[in-house]
Design a protein around this ligand. Structure first.
Ligand code: SF4
Length: 71
């Protein structure tokens, strides 16, 4: 994959990833448990900017109806 391909594709959708969480901190509302990221940008954008590659740890978050109660 060429660097320009990474730059033009959308970053992985953290909001749909099971590792993503909302921190409720105004300066760093986006969190990633997998990489320990707290950021004002989406964690996948932080990874792309730091490594030049897309995050490969994306895991689709289960649909709400598929989650057990209380999870
Ligand atoms: S694992 Fe990757 S896609 Fe999932 S929240 Fe973290 S940076 Fe985003």
């Amino acid at each position: 994959m060429l660097a320009r391909d990474v730059e033009t594709r959308p970053a992985p959708a953290c909001a749909r990833c099971s590792h993503y969480w909302v921190t409720h901190q105004p300066a760093t509302p986006h969190g990633c448990r997998m990489f320990g990221i707290l950021s004002g940008r989406l964690p996948s954008m932080e990874i792309r900017m730091a490594t030049g590659r897309d995050c490969e740890a994306f895991e689709e978050r289960p649909a709400p109806s598929a989650r057990p109660r209380g999870a």
